[in-house]
Design a protein around this ligand. Structure first.
Ligand code: GUN
Ligand code: ZN
Length: 450
């Protein structure tokens, strides 16, 4: 196949922005040469053009090309209940979420929800997601089928629980193992799908179910693990009561042997110093979900304590506790919530936000050798943000005087409406109708000179 040379102003963070103050890479009027879905060369457009006269050129003039967003915590069955405001976690689960999740027993309904969900991801520029699934195996089969058709990268798993939800959502340790095993054998590593062993949280998963999860991870060592931790004070107290022999919330997962490099724990708002030390030792990650933490009143995420302890942090929308699929909005909310913590907060720069929304997610999923930035050898997973002409964001970008200003404006003002085109592994998975690259031939890139 003929290689494609994408011409765009692009930005990415090939390094950890919390460890390297100079992590942002910017290429004005850049070129990314993509062959078979992989970036094979990167640099200045005209030099690449001269070196590869046979390459097909795709002009992405105007706006900015970013690596596809990576959402490390998002619930597939909850897309239709986004916006259930005004309740704390346990009340919200009982009255808003679990009744909807029970409806996914019907595979026809589950398929329609899966389509809504996957569309929500891709039209917001998310190319990879760690997806909290359904309690029903049938709904997970349907989900993986639809995900394969969508072209997105998903790391997803059947959610398992055996208490305190509602009877139709409960399983047994034996079923948790056999259904999980069948799903892993069918879907893990097939196309762009991967599997994550997913007990809902220790509140709803007995030691028997946690042990069944550990057995799956033992039998399939390269699958991922995800769950919730320390989100809400009442939840933490309930877990303490259910596991009187455990040191803390993390210990309930540790004792079962569930923690490791491919573990992602969502929320981690009320986490103790012991837990942070252990999370760092396991090299697992925290998925920070600031919109959800605000909407459900869960609390202020202690980012500084996580970073000081050496815990890796990525970003998740937590749809439907969160307020939508936009990783731009999520990044902005992360920024807000750190600003509100005075000395305890981490002042997040636009570079931090880009890193959190992209490369940090790839690192959390242990996929950073393949995804997360535009380095040569990585998959061409990308989102072209190009605001409609005449929009406020268009006006701001046209007057931005540095890459940092441009990036800040994208996070402060960008929405789904600004997502013009999205690729995964070089395949287009979304194009805004009537407004793709070829429709904006005369549009100039924003000024990026510092
Ligand atoms: N804890 C257990 N289940 C859930 C859920 O669906 N959403 C959130 N935010 N927290 C949870
Ligand atoms: Zn969640």
């Amino acid at each position: 196949m003929t290689p494609i040379l994408y011409r765009a102003t692009f930005m990415h963070t090939p390094r950890n922005a919390f460890q390297d103050a100079d992590a942002l890479r910017v290429q004005e009027d850049g070129g990314l040469l993509v062959d078979g879905g992989t970036i094979v060369e990167s640099g200045n457009f005209s030099s690449l053009r001269a070196m590869h006269p046979a390459a097909r050129v795709t002009e992405l003039r105007g706006g900015v090309l970013l690596p596809g967003f990576i959402d490390t915590h998002v619930h597939f069955p909850q897309v239709r209940i986004i916006g259930g405001l005004g309740r704390p976690l346990l009340d919200w689960l009982e009255h808003v979420t679990l009744p909807e999740e029970a409806r996914l027993q019907d595979n026809v309904y589950a398929r329609a929800v899966a389509r809504d969900f996957l569309h929500g991801l891709r039209c917001n520029g998310t190319t990879t997601a760690l997806v909290f699934g359904s309690h029903f195996k049938g709904a997970m089969e349907v989900f993986f089928e639809e995900a394969a058709g969508s072209g997105l990268r998903t790391v997803a798993g059947q959610v398992v629980s055996d208490r305190m939800l509602r009877p139709e959502l409960h399983t047994t340790p034996e079923r948790a193992y056999t259904e999980g095993r069948a799903l892993i054998e069918r879907w893990h590593g097939v196309g762009r799908a991967r599997y994550a062993v997913t007990p809902r949280f220790s509140l709803s998963a007995s030691e028997g179910v946690l042990d069944a999860c550990a057995a799956l991870m033992n039998d399939f060592p390269d699958v991922h693990f995800t769950s919730h931790i320390n989100e809400n004070v009442a939840e933490v107290q309930t877990v303490q009561g259910l596991f009187p022999g455990s040191l803390d919330y993390l210990d309930t997962y540790e004792r079962a042997g569930l923690m490791g490099r491919r573990g992602v724990l969502a929320h981690s708002v009320h986490t103790t110093d012991r837990e942070l030390g252990q999370m760092a030792a396991h090299r697992c990650s925290a998925a920070h979900c600031p919109c959800s933490n605000s909407a459900l009143g869960s609390g202020l995420f202690p980012l500084k304590r996580h970073l000081n302890a050496g815990v890796h942090v990525a970003l998740g929308t937590d749809v439907g506790g969160g307020t939508g699929f936009s990783m731009l909005k999520e990044g902005l909310q992360a920024y807000f919530m750190q600003q509100l913590q005075a000395d305890a907060g981490v002042p997040l720069s636009p570079t931090h936000l880009l890193y959190l929304a992209t490369r940090a997610g790839a690192e959390a999923l242990d996929l950073h050798d393949q995804l997360g930035d535009f380095s040569v050898g990585k998959a061409f997973d990308a989102v072209w943000l190009c605001p409609p002409e005449g929009s406020t964001l268009d006006a701001i970008l046209n007057h931005a005087s540095s890459p940092s200003e441009t990036l800040a404006a994208l996070f402060a003002n960008g929405t789904q409406a600004d997502v013009a085109q999205v690729w995964v592994g070089g395949d287009e998975v979304y194009a805004r109708s009537g407004n793709t690259a070829s429709h904006q031939p005369g549009k100039q890139p924003p000024v990026l000179a510092s």
